[in-house]
Ligand binder design. Structure first.
Ligand SMILES: *Cc1c(COP(=O)(O)O)cnc(C)c1O
Length: 415
């Protein structure tokens, strides 16, 4: 039996990432019961902080207790009744996850697909909406499996035109890439802490527009027995208790109806993640992620490595680096971990064995972490027998930081 004494790793994969020490401290603060007035105000504060994170005035802004997919599932199982049509444009692994979860909720799932490493045009999505006539458009914003960031800014108007609810999974993007929930007309968003928000996984911030809340209200009235379930499939109660967003909103809302026992430690962590982001400023944090992402991109390119996908649509916070043909990808990853204490990511599906995914997000979107990772990668590649230019990656990254006017460090961390 080993004591819980994990090694101090530098987590530079596609998530989870090294948590901000302030978030770890928040996690170790005392538990308070959910009916304690202090907790009530902490919950209200957290809602207000996440309105700032998401760029929304939505009253219905809450945490779902669970990892990011708990947030995805809460939104989909609550908005979609059995038989409802949903359109899922799939451009990576998480698109398939949205389709699977919607299917398990009993929805009639329609997908369109684009090649991995590409994103959809608004026209392709509108054409599919016209053809499918879905109740909900469910689309991932940034899919870490391919590193692509799907532009969402034009989709709200399209959904509005066709009377479609617009949901996005912004787990991988929020806090490190632009996301304007109200300005872009998004009806439901779910996220997680373990990417650009710099926390551990285990809490899923969710926000829901008044238009989507109205759908939940309708379904809630069936559960409350106010209306009898009729022949209309949309009248069916939500097929989950734990992830019933209507109940979760009643629990967070002014009525404070009991639902689950608040996961107090995760609430502290989520609160601290949002506070850290808003202290820095959302725009400044996005600029810092953009800089770290560009430094990592130029660094790996200066090492002579190729990069996968349409780089113009890459998320700021992750890059897919092509594994040179003369090395074994997992051996280099093992050397990064064993010799340098740095974790980088493997890949799934069609990219398995072809690319490593390197993340620069949250607390780890910094100059020193970028440079340390590039130096270690150069070393691990050379040791594996692959010829790389001496110091090229580190110099490319340092030159970029030297010439930048953006602060390269999170608030409270020396640059
Ligand atoms: C990382 C990621 C998740 C993570 O889901 P978990 O349930 O927290 O593992 C979900 N969606 C996207 C788009 C992601 O990139």
């Amino acid at each position: 039996m080993h004591p819980v004494n994990p090694p101090a790793r530098l987590l530079m994969g596609p998530g989870p990432i090294t948590a901000d020490p302030r978030v770890l401290r928040a996690l170790s603060t005392p538990l308070v019961g959910q009916y304690d007035p202090w907790m009530t105000s902490a919950m209200n504060d957290t809602q207000e902080l996440y309105r700032g994170v998401f760029g929304t005035a939505n009253e219905a802004t809450v945490l779902v207790d669970g990892t990011s997919r708990a947030g995805i599932e809460a939104v989909l199982v609550s908005l979609l009744a059995p038989g409802d049509r949903v359109l899922v444009p799939v451009f990576g692994r998480f698109g398939h996850l949205l389709a699977e979860i919607a299917g398990r909720a009993g929805a009639e799932v329609h997908t369109i697909e684009t090649a991995w490493g590409q994103v959809f045009t608004p026209t392709a999505i509108e054409d599919a909406i016209v053809r499918v006539r879905p109740k909900v458009l469910a689309i991932v914003q940034g899919d870490t499996s391919t590193t692509m960031n799907q532009p969402l800014d034009e989709l709200g108007a399209i959904c509005e035109r066709h009377g479609v609810l617009f949901y996005t999974d912004a787990t991988a993007t929020v806090g490190g890439n632009p996301l304007e929930v109200d300005a872009w007309g998004i009806d439901a968003v779910s996220a997680g802490l373990q990417k650009c928000l710099g926390g551990p996984s285990g809490s899923a911030p969710v926000t829901v527009s008044p238009r989507a809340t109205a759908v939940l209200d309708e379904r809630r009235s069936v559960e409350a027995g106010i209306r009898e379930p009729g022949d209309d499939v949309a009248d069916e109660p939500i097929r989950s208790n734990y992830l019933d967003l209507a109940m979760i909103l009643d629990y967070w809302g002014p009525r404070r109806l009991n639902h689950h026992t608040e996961a107090a430690s995760m609430l502290y962590a989520a609160n601290e993640c949002a506070r850290i982001l808003l202290d820095e400023g959302v725009e400044q944090a996005i600029a810092r992620h953009e800089l770290a992402g560009r430094a990592m991109l130029q660094g790996v390119q200066a090492l002579g490595l190729g990069v996968f996908g349409d780089v113009a649509h890459k998320m700021h916070n992750v890059v897919a680096v092509e594994i040179p043909s003369d090395v074994v990808g997992d051996q280099v990853r093992a050397s990064m971990l064993d010799d340098h204490g740095i974790e980088i990511g493997t890949s799934f599906g069609p990219l398995h064995g072809k690319v490593w995914r390197i993340g620069t997000m949250g607390y780890n979107a910094r100059k020193d972490t970028v440079v340390t990772t590039l130096a270690a990668l150069e070393h691990a590649l050379r040791r594996a027998g692959h010829a790389v230019p001496h110091g090229g990656g580190v110099d490319a990254a340092l030159d970029l930081y030297r010439d930048s006017t953006v602060s390269g460090a999170p608030v409270g961390v020396p640059a």
